[in-house]
Design a protein around this ligand. Structure first.
Ligand code: HEC
Ligand code: HEC
Length: 187
Protein backbone atom coordinates (compact mmCIF):
# COMPACT_ATOMS: atom_id res chain seq x y z
CA UNK A 1 0.00 0.00 0.00
CA UNK A 2 1.43 3.36 -1.02
CA UNK A 3 0.80 5.68 1.91
CA UNK A 4 3.55 8.24 1.52
CA UNK A 5 3.05 9.74 -1.94
CA UNK A 6 5.74 11.69 -3.78
CA UNK A 7 6.84 14.23 -1.15
CA UNK A 8 10.14 14.31 0.73
CA UNK A 9 9.57 13.08 4.31
CA UNK A 10 12.90 14.48 5.56
CA UNK A 11 12.01 17.98 4.40
CA UNK A 12 8.47 17.38 5.68
CA UNK A 13 9.69 16.66 9.19
CA UNK A 14 11.45 20.05 9.32
CA UNK A 15 8.58 21.92 7.68
CA UNK A 16 5.93 20.40 9.95
CA UNK A 17 8.01 21.66 12.87
CA UNK A 18 8.70 25.17 11.52
CA UNK A 19 5.11 25.57 10.27
CA UNK A 20 3.91 24.57 13.77
CA UNK A 21 1.84 21.57 12.61
CA UNK A 22 3.49 19.32 15.22
CA UNK A 23 2.36 21.63 18.06
CA UNK A 24 -1.20 20.48 17.58
CA UNK A 25 -0.95 17.25 15.57
CA UNK A 26 1.93 15.76 17.61
CA UNK A 27 5.57 15.28 16.73
CA UNK A 28 4.83 11.92 15.10
CA UNK A 29 1.26 12.77 14.07
CA UNK A 30 -0.47 11.28 17.12
CA UNK A 31 -2.29 14.37 18.42
CA UNK A 32 -2.93 14.13 22.17
CA UNK A 33 -5.96 16.44 22.19
CA UNK A 34 -8.89 14.25 21.15
CA UNK A 35 -10.47 17.11 19.17
CA UNK A 36 -7.44 17.23 16.85
CA UNK A 37 -6.94 14.55 14.20
CA UNK A 38 -4.01 12.15 14.21
CA UNK A 39 -2.08 12.06 10.93
CA UNK A 40 0.23 9.12 11.74
CA UNK A 41 0.08 6.63 8.89
CA UNK A 42 -2.71 8.55 7.14
CA UNK A 43 -2.53 8.49 3.33
CA UNK A 44 -0.43 11.39 2.07
CA UNK A 45 -2.83 11.96 -0.82
CA UNK A 46 -5.71 12.32 1.61
CA UNK A 47 -3.83 14.85 3.78
CA UNK A 48 -2.86 16.89 0.70
CA UNK A 49 -6.47 16.88 -0.52
CA UNK A 50 -7.67 18.22 2.83
CA UNK A 51 -5.05 21.00 2.81
CA UNK A 52 -6.09 21.95 -0.74
CA UNK A 53 -9.72 21.93 0.38
CA UNK A 54 -8.92 24.24 3.34
CA UNK A 55 -7.13 26.58 0.89
CA UNK A 56 -9.95 26.60 -1.65
CA UNK A 57 -12.68 26.90 0.97
CA UNK A 58 -14.20 23.50 0.07
CA UNK A 59 -13.58 22.51 3.70
CA UNK A 60 -14.07 25.03 6.47
CA UNK A 61 -12.32 25.38 9.82
CA UNK A 62 -11.15 28.63 11.38
CA UNK A 63 -7.70 27.45 12.49
CA UNK A 64 -6.90 25.12 9.62
CA UNK A 65 -7.88 27.59 6.90
CA UNK A 66 -5.23 29.95 8.33
CA UNK A 67 -2.65 27.21 8.81
CA UNK A 68 -3.04 25.97 5.22
CA UNK A 69 -3.20 29.41 3.58
CA UNK A 70 0.51 29.87 2.87
CA UNK A 71 1.55 26.30 2.16
CA UNK A 72 2.96 25.62 -1.32
CA UNK A 73 2.15 22.37 -3.14
CA UNK A 74 5.67 21.14 -2.27
CA UNK A 75 5.17 21.98 1.44
CA UNK A 76 1.92 20.01 1.45
CA UNK A 77 3.45 16.99 -0.26
CA UNK A 78 6.51 16.96 2.03
CA UNK A 79 4.57 17.40 5.29
CA UNK A 80 2.04 14.76 4.22
CA UNK A 81 4.86 12.34 3.34
CA UNK A 82 6.40 12.80 6.78
CA UNK A 83 3.19 12.06 8.71
CA UNK A 84 2.14 9.27 6.33
CA UNK A 85 5.47 7.56 6.93
CA UNK A 86 4.86 7.18 10.68
CA UNK A 87 3.49 3.90 12.08
CA UNK A 88 -0.26 3.93 11.51
CA UNK A 89 -2.46 5.36 14.28
CA UNK A 90 -3.72 2.75 16.70
CA UNK A 91 -6.53 2.72 19.25
CA UNK A 92 -7.37 0.40 22.11
CA UNK A 93 -10.84 -1.13 22.36
CA UNK A 94 -11.88 -0.94 25.99
CA UNK A 95 -15.25 -2.70 25.92
CA UNK A 96 -17.59 -4.66 23.68
CA UNK A 97 -19.76 -2.55 21.40
CA UNK A 98 -21.86 -4.99 19.34
CA UNK A 99 -24.15 -2.35 17.84
CA UNK A 100 -21.31 -0.27 16.47
CA UNK A 101 -19.36 -3.35 15.38
CA UNK A 102 -22.34 -4.54 13.36
CA UNK A 103 -22.86 -1.14 11.70
CA UNK A 104 -19.15 -0.92 11.02
CA UNK A 105 -18.79 -4.37 9.49
CA UNK A 106 -22.20 -4.95 7.90
CA UNK A 107 -23.98 -1.60 7.61
CA UNK A 108 -27.77 -1.80 7.49
CA UNK A 109 -29.29 -3.08 4.21
CA UNK A 110 -32.77 -1.98 5.35
CA UNK A 111 -31.58 1.65 5.15
CA UNK A 112 -29.27 1.04 2.19
CA UNK A 113 -26.44 1.96 4.54
CA UNK A 114 -23.14 0.55 3.29
CA UNK A 115 -20.74 -0.70 5.95
CA UNK A 116 -17.88 1.55 6.99
CA UNK A 117 -15.53 -1.35 6.35
CA UNK A 118 -16.61 -1.69 2.70
CA UNK A 119 -15.00 1.68 2.01
CA UNK A 120 -12.53 2.30 4.84
CA UNK A 121 -11.15 -1.25 4.87
CA UNK A 122 -10.61 -3.78 7.62
CA UNK A 123 -10.43 -2.11 11.03
CA UNK A 124 -10.81 1.21 9.22
CA UNK A 125 -7.14 1.25 8.24
CA UNK A 126 -7.97 2.79 4.84
CA UNK A 127 -7.73 1.79 1.17
CA UNK A 128 -7.31 3.25 -2.27
CA UNK A 129 -9.54 2.16 -5.12
CA UNK A 130 -9.93 3.64 -8.60
CA UNK A 131 -8.00 6.70 -7.48
CA UNK A 132 -10.33 7.43 -4.52
CA UNK A 133 -8.59 7.47 -1.15
CA UNK A 134 -10.65 6.09 1.74
CA UNK A 135 -8.81 7.54 4.73
CA UNK A 136 -7.66 5.70 7.83
CA UNK A 137 -10.33 6.17 10.52
CA UNK A 138 -9.55 3.22 12.84
CA UNK A 139 -7.67 4.53 15.87
CA UNK A 140 -8.46 8.17 15.04
CA UNK A 141 -9.22 10.50 17.99
CA UNK A 142 -12.76 10.12 19.29
CA UNK A 143 -13.89 13.73 19.66
CA UNK A 144 -12.51 14.53 16.21
CA UNK A 145 -14.44 11.59 14.70
CA UNK A 146 -17.64 12.73 16.39
CA UNK A 147 -17.23 16.30 15.09
CA UNK A 148 -16.67 15.07 11.53
CA UNK A 149 -19.67 12.71 11.50
CA UNK A 150 -21.90 15.47 12.87
CA UNK A 151 -20.45 17.93 10.33
CA UNK A 152 -21.15 15.52 7.47
CA UNK A 153 -24.65 14.92 8.80
CA UNK A 154 -25.40 18.66 9.10
CA UNK A 155 -23.80 19.41 5.73
CA UNK A 156 -21.11 21.57 7.42
CA UNK A 157 -18.50 19.38 5.72
CA UNK A 158 -19.22 18.30 2.17
CA UNK A 159 -15.89 17.67 0.48
CA UNK A 160 -16.20 13.91 -0.08
CA UNK A 161 -16.52 12.57 -3.61
CA UNK A 162 -20.19 12.50 -4.64
CA UNK A 163 -21.14 13.51 -1.07
CA UNK A 164 -20.82 9.86 0.02
CA UNK A 165 -20.10 10.76 3.62
CA UNK A 166 -23.09 13.12 3.80
CA UNK A 167 -25.35 10.26 2.73
CA UNK A 168 -23.76 7.86 5.22
CA UNK A 169 -23.93 10.28 8.15
CA UNK A 170 -27.49 11.39 7.39
CA UNK A 171 -28.60 7.75 7.67
CA UNK A 172 -27.15 7.53 11.20
CA UNK A 173 -29.03 8.44 14.38
CA UNK A 174 -27.08 10.56 16.87
CA UNK A 175 -26.79 7.66 19.33
CA UNK A 176 -25.41 5.48 16.54
CA UNK A 177 -22.79 8.14 15.87
CA UNK A 178 -21.90 8.06 19.59
CA UNK A 179 -21.54 4.27 19.51
CA UNK A 180 -19.54 4.34 16.27
CA UNK A 181 -16.99 6.95 17.38
CA UNK A 182 -16.42 5.02 20.58
CA UNK A 183 -15.79 1.85 18.56
CA UNK A 184 -13.83 3.28 15.64
CA UNK A 185 -11.46 5.29 17.87
CA UNK A 186 -10.58 2.03 19.61
CA UNK A 187 -9.58 0.10 16.47
C1 HEC B 1 -3.66 25.26 16.65
C2 HEC B 1 -3.79 23.84 16.33
C3 HEC B 1 -3.45 23.39 14.91
C4 HEC B 1 -2.32 23.67 14.17
C5 HEC B 1 -1.15 24.56 14.55
C6 HEC B 1 -2.45 22.90 12.95
N1 HEC B 1 -3.61 22.18 12.95
FE1 HEC B 1 -4.28 20.93 11.47
N2 HEC B 1 -6.04 20.67 12.47
C7 HEC B 1 -6.35 21.21 13.69
C8 HEC B 1 -7.72 20.88 14.03
C9 HEC B 1 -8.46 21.30 15.29
C10 HEC B 1 -8.24 20.12 12.95
C11 HEC B 1 -9.65 19.56 12.79
C12 HEC B 1 -10.47 20.43 11.86
C13 HEC B 1 -11.91 20.03 11.79
O1 HEC B 1 -12.49 19.74 12.84
O2 HEC B 1 -12.44 19.98 10.67
C14 HEC B 1 -7.14 19.99 12.00
C15 HEC B 1 -7.23 19.28 10.79
C16 HEC B 1 -6.18 19.08 9.92
C17 HEC B 1 -6.23 18.26 8.73
C18 HEC B 1 -7.40 17.39 8.28
C19 HEC B 1 -7.11 15.96 8.74
C20 HEC B 1 -8.14 14.92 8.40
O3 HEC B 1 -7.98 13.79 8.91
O4 HEC B 1 -9.06 15.20 7.63
C21 HEC B 1 -5.00 18.34 8.14
C22 HEC B 1 -4.54 17.64 6.88
C23 HEC B 1 -4.19 19.22 8.95
N3 HEC B 1 -4.93 19.66 10.02
C24 HEC B 1 -2.86 19.55 8.68
C25 HEC B 1 -2.13 20.52 9.35
C26 HEC B 1 -0.86 21.02 8.90
C27 HEC B 1 -0.11 20.55 7.67
C28 HEC B 1 -0.47 21.99 9.80
C29 HEC B 1 0.77 22.87 9.76
C30 HEC B 1 0.90 23.69 8.55
C31 HEC B 1 -1.53 22.06 10.82
N4 HEC B 1 -2.51 21.16 10.51
C32 HEC B 1 -1.51 22.90 11.92
C33 HEC B 1 -5.50 21.94 14.50
C34 HEC B 1 -4.26 22.46 14.12
C1 HEC C 1 -19.16 4.63 -0.01
C2 HEC C 1 -17.89 4.76 0.68
C3 HEC C 1 -17.88 5.17 2.14
C4 HEC C 1 -18.61 4.58 3.17
C5 HEC C 1 -19.64 3.47 3.10
C6 HEC C 1 -18.16 5.24 4.37
N1 HEC C 1 -17.20 6.20 4.08
FE1 HEC C 1 -16.33 7.47 5.40
N2 HEC C 1 -15.34 8.42 3.88
C7 HEC C 1 -15.39 8.06 2.55
C8 HEC C 1 -14.51 8.93 1.78
C9 HEC C 1 -14.28 8.86 0.27
C10 HEC C 1 -13.93 9.83 2.70
C11 HEC C 1 -12.91 10.95 2.39
C12 HEC C 1 -13.59 12.26 2.12
C13 HEC C 1 -12.63 13.34 1.67
O1 HEC C 1 -11.86 13.10 0.73
O2 HEC C 1 -12.62 14.42 2.26
C14 HEC C 1 -14.48 9.50 4.01
C15 HEC C 1 -14.17 10.17 5.18
C16 HEC C 1 -14.61 9.80 6.44
C17 HEC C 1 -14.25 10.46 7.67
C18 HEC C 1 -13.34 11.67 7.81
C19 HEC C 1 -11.94 11.22 8.17
C20 HEC C 1 -11.04 12.36 8.57
O3 HEC C 1 -9.86 12.09 8.87
O4 HEC C 1 -11.48 13.51 8.60
C21 HEC C 1 -14.86 9.78 8.69
C22 HEC C 1 -14.78 10.10 10.17
C23 HEC C 1 -15.59 8.69 8.10
N3 HEC C 1 -15.43 8.73 6.74
C24 HEC C 1 -16.31 7.76 8.84
C25 HEC C 1 -17.11 6.75 8.28
C26 HEC C 1 -17.94 5.84 9.04
C27 HEC C 1 -18.01 5.81 10.57
C28 HEC C 1 -18.61 5.06 8.15
C29 HEC C 1 -19.66 3.98 8.42
C30 HEC C 1 -20.81 4.41 9.20
C31 HEC C 1 -18.17 5.48 6.81
N4 HEC C 1 -17.27 6.49 6.94
C32 HEC C 1 -18.62 4.92 5.63
C33 HEC C 1 -16.15 7.01 2.02
C34 HEC C 1 -17.02 6.19 2.73
Amino acid sequence: MQHAGAGDPVAGKLKSDSERCQECHGQDGNAEDSRIPKHAGQFAGYLVKQLQDFQSGARRHEIMVKMAADLTPADMADIAAYFAGQPVMQGRLEHENPRAKSLFESGDPARELASCESCHGKNGKGRVENGVIYPVIGGQNKLYLRRQLLNWKLGERKNSTEAVMNKVAKALADDEIEALVDYVSGL
